[in-house]
Design a binder for this molecule. Structure first.
Ligand code: GLY
Length: 390
Protein backbone atom coordinates (compact mmCIF):
# COMPACT_ATOMS: atom_id res chain seq x y z
CA UNK A 1 0.00 0.00 0.00
CA UNK A 2 1.43 3.39 -0.85
CA UNK A 3 1.46 6.26 1.66
CA UNK A 4 -1.23 8.29 -0.09
CA UNK A 5 -3.60 5.33 -0.11
CA UNK A 6 -3.04 4.62 3.60
CA UNK A 7 -3.72 8.27 4.44
CA UNK A 8 -6.94 8.29 2.42
CA UNK A 9 -8.04 4.99 3.95
CA UNK A 10 -7.39 6.24 7.50
CA UNK A 11 -9.30 9.41 6.73
CA UNK A 12 -12.24 7.40 5.42
CA UNK A 13 -12.33 5.16 8.50
CA UNK A 14 -12.31 7.94 11.03
CA UNK A 15 -14.22 10.52 9.09
CA UNK A 16 -16.88 8.21 7.73
CA UNK A 17 -17.68 7.46 4.12
CA UNK A 18 -15.84 9.48 1.53
CA UNK A 19 -18.84 9.27 -0.76
CA UNK A 20 -20.26 12.48 0.61
CA UNK A 21 -23.49 13.60 -0.95
CA UNK A 22 -23.34 16.79 -2.93
CA UNK A 23 -25.60 19.59 -1.93
CA UNK A 24 -27.67 21.65 -4.30
CA UNK A 25 -25.82 24.97 -4.31
CA UNK A 26 -28.69 26.90 -5.90
CA UNK A 27 -31.06 25.73 -3.18
CA UNK A 28 -28.51 26.44 -0.47
CA UNK A 29 -28.13 30.02 -1.74
CA UNK A 30 -31.88 30.43 -2.08
CA UNK A 31 -32.26 29.50 1.59
CA UNK A 32 -29.35 31.71 2.67
CA UNK A 33 -30.63 34.70 0.68
CA UNK A 34 -34.15 34.30 2.07
CA UNK A 35 -32.76 34.11 5.61
CA UNK A 36 -30.68 37.22 5.02
CA UNK A 37 -33.72 39.13 3.81
CA UNK A 38 -35.33 38.23 7.15
CA UNK A 39 -32.20 39.44 8.97
CA UNK A 40 -32.24 42.73 7.05
CA UNK A 41 -35.83 43.29 8.17
CA UNK A 42 -34.85 42.51 11.77
CA UNK A 43 -32.03 45.07 11.54
CA UNK A 44 -34.46 47.72 10.25
CA UNK A 45 -36.77 47.01 13.18
CA UNK A 46 -33.95 47.46 15.72
CA UNK A 47 -34.13 51.24 16.01
CA UNK A 48 -32.22 51.22 19.30
CA UNK A 49 -29.23 49.60 17.59
CA UNK A 50 -29.06 52.45 15.09
CA UNK A 51 -29.08 54.97 17.93
CA UNK A 52 -26.18 53.15 19.57
CA UNK A 53 -24.19 53.10 16.30
CA UNK A 54 -24.51 49.34 16.12
CA UNK A 55 -24.00 48.55 12.48
CA UNK A 56 -23.71 44.81 12.01
CA UNK A 57 -25.67 41.74 13.17
CA UNK A 58 -23.53 39.30 15.17
CA UNK A 59 -25.63 36.67 16.95
CA UNK A 60 -28.76 35.99 19.01
CA UNK A 61 -28.91 36.29 22.79
CA UNK A 62 -31.99 35.12 24.70
CA UNK A 63 -33.87 35.12 21.42
CA UNK A 64 -32.92 38.71 20.60
CA UNK A 65 -30.80 39.99 17.76
CA UNK A 66 -27.38 41.24 18.88
CA UNK A 67 -26.04 44.12 16.80
CA UNK A 68 -22.45 45.34 17.17
CA UNK A 69 -20.54 48.57 16.64
CA UNK A 70 -17.98 48.81 13.84
CA UNK A 71 -15.02 48.23 16.18
CA UNK A 72 -16.34 44.77 17.13
CA UNK A 73 -14.11 42.05 15.65
CA UNK A 74 -17.07 40.53 13.78
CA UNK A 75 -18.30 43.74 12.09
CA UNK A 76 -16.96 42.80 8.63
CA UNK A 77 -18.64 39.43 8.25
CA UNK A 78 -22.15 40.60 7.43
CA UNK A 79 -21.00 43.01 4.69
CA UNK A 80 -18.85 40.13 3.42
CA UNK A 81 -21.89 37.85 3.22
CA UNK A 82 -23.72 40.47 1.18
CA UNK A 83 -20.75 40.57 -1.23
CA UNK A 84 -20.91 36.78 -1.54
CA UNK A 85 -24.60 37.04 -2.49
CA UNK A 86 -23.65 39.58 -5.14
CA UNK A 87 -20.83 37.32 -6.36
CA UNK A 88 -23.23 34.40 -6.68
CA UNK A 89 -26.26 36.20 -8.11
CA UNK A 90 -24.74 39.23 -9.89
CA UNK A 91 -27.88 40.98 -8.70
CA UNK A 92 -27.17 44.73 -8.28
CA UNK A 93 -29.55 44.83 -5.31
CA UNK A 94 -27.09 42.69 -3.32
CA UNK A 95 -24.25 44.94 -4.44
CA UNK A 96 -26.11 48.00 -3.21
CA UNK A 97 -26.70 46.38 0.18
CA UNK A 98 -23.09 45.18 0.35
CA UNK A 99 -21.88 48.72 -0.36
CA UNK A 100 -24.17 50.17 2.31
CA UNK A 101 -23.05 47.76 5.05
CA UNK A 102 -19.41 47.95 4.00
CA UNK A 103 -19.45 51.74 4.42
CA UNK A 104 -20.54 51.30 8.02
CA UNK A 105 -17.14 49.87 9.02
CA UNK A 106 -15.00 52.30 6.99
CA UNK A 107 -13.69 54.26 9.98
CA UNK A 108 -12.02 51.16 11.42
CA UNK A 109 -9.25 51.56 8.83
CA UNK A 110 -7.59 53.83 11.41
CA UNK A 111 -8.09 51.46 14.35
CA UNK A 112 -4.73 50.45 15.80
CA UNK A 113 -6.20 48.88 18.93
CA UNK A 114 -6.84 45.38 17.57
CA UNK A 115 -5.30 42.67 15.41
CA UNK A 116 -8.75 41.89 13.99
CA UNK A 117 -8.56 44.42 11.17
CA UNK A 118 -8.08 41.59 8.70
CA UNK A 119 -11.43 40.11 9.63
CA UNK A 120 -13.13 43.50 9.80
CA UNK A 121 -11.74 45.14 6.68
CA UNK A 122 -10.73 42.29 4.37
CA UNK A 123 -14.08 40.49 4.62
CA UNK A 124 -15.92 43.76 3.90
CA UNK A 125 -13.73 46.07 1.80
CA UNK A 126 -11.52 43.23 0.55
CA UNK A 127 -14.42 41.36 -1.00
CA UNK A 128 -15.82 44.66 -2.25
CA UNK A 129 -12.54 45.50 -3.99
CA UNK A 130 -12.21 41.99 -5.42
CA UNK A 131 -15.69 42.17 -6.95
CA UNK A 132 -15.84 45.81 -8.06
CA UNK A 133 -12.26 47.07 -8.41
CA UNK A 134 -13.45 50.27 -6.71
CA UNK A 135 -10.30 52.30 -6.04
CA UNK A 136 -11.88 53.93 -2.97
CA UNK A 137 -12.01 50.45 -1.41
CA UNK A 138 -8.38 49.91 -2.32
CA UNK A 139 -7.32 52.99 -0.32
CA UNK A 140 -9.24 51.74 2.71
CA UNK A 141 -7.48 48.36 2.51
CA UNK A 142 -4.06 50.01 2.33
CA UNK A 143 -4.79 52.25 5.32
CA UNK A 144 -6.12 49.25 7.27
CA UNK A 145 -2.90 47.32 6.62
CA UNK A 146 -0.85 50.35 7.73
CA UNK A 147 -2.84 50.39 10.98
CA UNK A 148 -2.41 46.64 11.47
CA UNK A 149 1.38 46.58 11.07
CA UNK A 150 1.70 49.19 13.84
CA UNK A 151 1.06 46.20 16.12
CA UNK A 152 4.11 44.28 14.86
CA UNK A 153 7.09 43.86 17.17
CA UNK A 154 10.33 42.97 15.34
CA UNK A 155 11.99 41.37 18.39
CA UNK A 156 9.15 38.93 19.02
CA UNK A 157 8.45 38.68 15.27
CA UNK A 158 4.68 38.78 15.65
CA UNK A 159 1.68 41.10 15.54
CA UNK A 160 0.12 41.63 18.96
CA UNK A 161 -3.45 40.38 19.21
CA UNK A 162 -4.96 41.93 22.31
CA UNK A 163 -4.38 44.94 24.52
CA UNK A 164 -6.71 43.75 27.28
CA UNK A 165 -6.06 41.57 30.37
CA UNK A 166 -2.57 42.95 30.94
CA UNK A 167 -2.51 41.17 34.31
CA UNK A 168 -2.69 37.81 32.51
CA UNK A 169 -0.30 38.35 29.59
CA UNK A 170 2.15 40.94 28.24
CA UNK A 171 2.17 40.43 24.50
CA UNK A 172 -0.54 37.90 23.59
CA UNK A 173 -0.76 36.41 20.13
CA UNK A 174 -3.68 34.14 19.32
CA UNK A 175 -3.84 31.55 16.58
CA UNK A 176 -6.81 33.44 15.05
CA UNK A 177 -4.33 36.16 14.11
CA UNK A 178 -3.15 34.05 11.15
CA UNK A 179 -6.37 35.12 9.41
CA UNK A 180 -5.40 38.79 9.47
CA UNK A 181 -2.31 38.20 7.34
CA UNK A 182 -4.33 37.97 4.12
CA UNK A 183 -4.89 41.74 4.28
CA UNK A 184 -1.12 42.26 4.45
CA UNK A 185 -0.33 40.01 1.49
CA UNK A 186 -3.01 41.82 -0.53
CA UNK A 187 -1.60 45.22 0.42
CA UNK A 188 1.84 44.34 -0.88
CA UNK A 189 0.17 43.37 -4.15
CA UNK A 190 -1.74 46.66 -4.22
CA UNK A 191 1.20 48.92 -3.34
CA UNK A 192 4.34 47.07 -4.41
CA UNK A 193 5.65 47.71 -0.88
CA UNK A 194 7.08 44.42 0.37
CA UNK A 195 7.10 45.41 4.04
CA UNK A 196 3.52 44.16 4.54
CA UNK A 197 4.44 40.81 2.98
CA UNK A 198 7.59 40.52 5.11
CA UNK A 199 5.68 41.15 8.32
CA UNK A 200 3.06 38.56 7.35
CA UNK A 201 5.76 35.96 6.64
CA UNK A 202 7.61 36.75 9.88
CA UNK A 203 4.38 36.38 11.86
CA UNK A 204 3.49 33.10 10.12
CA UNK A 205 6.98 31.69 10.75
CA UNK A 206 7.08 32.70 14.42
CA UNK A 207 3.60 31.26 14.92
CA UNK A 208 4.57 28.02 13.18
CA UNK A 209 7.52 27.69 15.57
CA UNK A 210 5.72 28.47 18.82
CA UNK A 211 2.01 27.87 18.49
CA UNK A 212 1.89 24.16 17.61
CA UNK A 213 2.22 20.87 19.45
CA UNK A 214 3.78 17.77 17.93
CA UNK A 215 0.37 16.51 16.76
CA UNK A 216 -0.23 19.81 14.86
CA UNK A 217 -2.89 20.97 17.30
CA UNK A 218 -2.39 24.53 18.42
CA UNK A 219 -2.44 26.51 21.60
CA UNK A 220 -4.82 29.41 21.58
CA UNK A 221 -2.67 32.14 23.16
CA UNK A 222 1.12 32.45 23.10
CA UNK A 223 2.46 35.28 25.24
CA UNK A 224 5.80 36.85 24.25
CA UNK A 225 8.53 38.77 26.01
CA UNK A 226 9.28 41.65 23.66
CA UNK A 227 12.71 42.35 25.22
CA UNK A 228 14.07 38.90 24.37
CA UNK A 229 11.54 37.52 21.89
CA UNK A 230 11.10 34.48 24.16
CA UNK A 231 7.77 32.81 24.84
CA UNK A 232 6.48 33.61 28.33
CA UNK A 233 3.56 31.19 28.38
CA UNK A 234 1.25 29.09 26.21
CA UNK A 235 -2.32 29.20 27.44
CA UNK A 236 -5.95 29.40 26.41
CA UNK A 237 -8.65 32.05 26.58
CA UNK A 238 -11.53 30.47 24.70
CA UNK A 239 -10.62 26.79 24.92
CA UNK A 240 -11.28 24.14 27.58
CA UNK A 241 -7.84 24.46 29.17
CA UNK A 242 -4.22 25.30 28.38
CA UNK A 243 -3.47 21.86 26.97
CA UNK A 244 -6.67 21.42 24.97
CA UNK A 245 -7.40 21.95 21.29
CA UNK A 246 -10.09 24.61 20.91
CA UNK A 247 -11.99 23.68 17.74
CA UNK A 248 -12.19 27.07 16.08
CA UNK A 249 -8.51 27.71 16.76
CA UNK A 250 -7.63 24.60 14.75
CA UNK A 251 -9.86 25.84 11.92
CA UNK A 252 -8.24 29.29 11.89
CA UNK A 253 -4.83 27.61 11.77
CA UNK A 254 -5.80 25.40 8.83
CA UNK A 255 -7.24 28.31 6.87
CA UNK A 256 -4.32 30.57 7.79
CA UNK A 257 -1.52 28.26 6.63
CA UNK A 258 -3.40 27.25 3.47
CA UNK A 259 -3.73 30.95 2.62
CA UNK A 260 -0.04 31.57 3.45
CA UNK A 261 0.96 28.80 1.03
CA UNK A 262 -1.20 30.38 -1.69
CA UNK A 263 0.41 33.78 -1.08
CA UNK A 264 4.06 32.68 -0.81
CA UNK A 265 4.47 29.24 -2.39
CA UNK A 266 6.51 28.25 0.69
CA UNK A 267 6.25 24.47 1.05
CA UNK A 268 6.71 24.70 4.83
CA UNK A 269 3.26 26.31 5.03
CA UNK A 270 1.76 23.57 2.88
CA UNK A 271 3.26 20.92 5.18
CA UNK A 272 1.83 22.77 8.16
CA UNK A 273 -1.63 22.99 6.57
CA UNK A 274 -1.55 19.27 5.76
CA UNK A 275 -0.54 18.46 9.32
CA UNK A 276 -3.38 20.55 10.74
CA UNK A 277 -5.86 18.99 8.30
CA UNK A 278 -4.71 15.58 9.55
CA UNK A 279 -5.33 16.58 13.16
CA UNK A 280 -8.84 17.79 12.33
CA UNK A 281 -9.96 15.10 9.90
CA UNK A 282 -8.49 12.05 11.60
CA UNK A 283 -9.59 13.11 15.06
CA UNK A 284 -11.59 10.25 16.58
CA UNK A 285 -13.45 12.67 18.86
CA UNK A 286 -15.29 14.30 15.96
CA UNK A 287 -18.81 12.90 15.45
CA UNK A 288 -19.65 11.09 12.22
CA UNK A 289 -21.28 14.16 10.70
CA UNK A 290 -17.93 15.98 10.72
CA UNK A 291 -19.05 18.95 12.86
CA UNK A 292 -16.63 19.20 15.80
CA UNK A 293 -17.43 19.75 19.44
CA UNK A 294 -16.41 23.22 20.58
CA UNK A 295 -13.14 21.82 22.03
CA UNK A 296 -11.59 18.45 21.17
CA UNK A 297 -10.65 17.85 24.79
CA UNK A 298 -13.73 18.75 26.77
CA UNK A 299 -14.14 15.74 29.12
CA UNK A 300 -17.93 16.15 28.95
CA UNK A 301 -18.00 15.14 25.28
CA UNK A 302 -20.50 14.07 23.86
CA UNK A 303 -22.71 16.21 26.11
CA UNK A 304 -21.28 19.52 24.99
CA UNK A 305 -22.07 22.00 22.24
CA UNK A 306 -20.73 21.77 18.71
CA UNK A 307 -19.10 24.57 16.78
CA UNK A 308 -20.63 24.90 13.32
CA UNK A 309 -18.40 27.92 12.71
CA UNK A 310 -15.26 25.78 13.07
CA UNK A 311 -16.76 23.33 10.58
CA UNK A 312 -17.60 26.08 8.06
CA UNK A 313 -14.09 27.61 8.28
CA UNK A 314 -12.57 24.13 7.90
CA UNK A 315 -14.71 23.27 4.86
CA UNK A 316 -13.78 26.51 3.14
CA UNK A 317 -10.07 25.97 3.87
CA UNK A 318 -10.16 22.34 2.68
CA UNK A 319 -11.59 23.32 -0.72
CA UNK A 320 -8.55 25.52 -1.19
CA UNK A 321 -6.05 23.05 0.28
CA UNK A 322 -7.36 20.37 -2.08
CA UNK A 323 -6.01 22.41 -5.00
CA UNK A 324 -2.48 22.28 -3.55
CA UNK A 325 -2.51 18.74 -2.09
CA UNK A 326 -4.18 16.48 -4.60
CA UNK A 327 -5.24 12.96 -3.70
CA UNK A 328 -5.67 13.53 0.04
CA UNK A 329 -9.46 13.45 -0.05
CA UNK A 330 -9.78 17.05 1.13
CA UNK A 331 -12.49 17.98 -1.37
CA UNK A 332 -14.59 14.99 -0.32
CA UNK A 333 -14.05 15.81 3.35
CA UNK A 334 -15.12 19.41 2.65
CA UNK A 335 -18.17 18.22 0.69
CA UNK A 336 -19.17 16.05 3.61
CA UNK A 337 -18.88 18.85 6.17
CA UNK A 338 -20.77 21.24 3.92
CA UNK A 339 -23.47 18.65 3.33
CA UNK A 340 -23.90 18.19 7.09
CA UNK A 341 -24.07 21.93 7.67
CA UNK A 342 -26.58 22.34 4.89
CA UNK A 343 -28.80 19.44 5.94
CA UNK A 344 -28.70 19.61 9.72
CA UNK A 345 -27.31 22.93 10.89
CA UNK A 346 -29.28 25.48 8.85
CA UNK A 347 -32.09 27.50 10.39
CA UNK A 348 -35.63 26.59 9.48
CA UNK A 349 -36.99 29.19 7.04
CA UNK A 350 -37.63 32.43 8.92
CA UNK A 351 -36.12 31.18 12.20
CA UNK A 352 -33.16 32.50 14.16
CA UNK A 353 -33.87 36.12 13.17
CA UNK A 354 -32.55 35.32 9.71
CA UNK A 355 -29.13 33.86 10.55
CA UNK A 356 -28.27 31.03 8.18
CA UNK A 357 -26.61 28.43 10.43
CA UNK A 358 -27.25 27.44 14.02
CA UNK A 359 -25.18 25.54 16.62
CA UNK A 360 -21.99 27.57 16.86
CA UNK A 361 -20.05 28.22 20.05
CA UNK A 362 -18.43 31.61 20.57
CA UNK A 363 -16.83 31.70 24.02
CA UNK A 364 -17.69 28.65 26.13
CA UNK A 365 -15.50 29.45 29.19
CA UNK A 366 -17.26 32.81 29.50
CA UNK A 367 -20.58 31.03 28.96
CA UNK A 368 -21.15 33.42 26.08
CA UNK A 369 -22.64 32.53 22.68
CA UNK A 370 -23.04 28.82 23.35
CA UNK A 371 -24.98 26.85 20.73
CA UNK A 372 -26.19 29.89 18.82
CA UNK A 373 -26.09 31.34 15.30
CA UNK A 374 -23.03 33.56 14.70
CA UNK A 375 -22.20 35.75 11.70
CA UNK A 376 -18.76 34.25 11.00
CA UNK A 377 -20.26 30.77 10.71
CA UNK A 378 -22.58 32.15 8.03
CA UNK A 379 -19.73 33.99 6.28
CA UNK A 380 -17.48 30.93 5.93
CA UNK A 381 -20.43 28.70 5.04
CA UNK A 382 -21.20 30.97 2.08
CA UNK A 383 -17.52 31.12 1.12
CA UNK A 384 -17.36 27.32 1.26
CA UNK A 385 -20.47 27.06 -0.92
CA UNK A 386 -18.86 29.33 -3.52
CA UNK A 387 -15.56 27.45 -3.36
CA UNK A 388 -17.31 24.09 -3.67
CA UNK A 389 -18.55 25.08 -7.12
CA UNK A 390 -15.11 25.57 -8.65
N1 GLY B 1 -11.39 35.41 16.74
C1 GLY B 1 -12.19 35.16 17.86
C2 GLY B 1 -12.93 33.88 17.78
O1 GLY B 1 -12.70 33.06 16.91
O2 GLY B 1 -13.80 33.69 18.64
Amino acid sequence: MNKKWIATFALSLVFGSLNAQKINIAQAFKHAEAQTRVLLTEIQKDTLAAKKNQVSPRTIEHGKLVMVVSRDWTSGFFPGELWFFYQYSKDPKWMELARTYTEKVRKEQFNTGTHDLGFMMYCSFGNGYRLTGDTAYRSVLIQSAKSLIKRFNPVAGVIKSWDHNTDKWKYPVIIDNMMNLELLFETTRLTGDSSFYKIAVRHANTTMKNHFRRDYSSWHVVDYDTETGNVRQKVTAQGYNDTSAWARGQAWALYGYTMCYRETGDKAYLKQANGIAGFILKNPVTPKDGIPYWDYNDPKIPNVSRDASAAAITASALYELDKYSKGQGYRKAADKILFSLNQNYTSKPGDNRGFILEHSTGHRPANSEVDVPINYADYYYLEALLRSEK
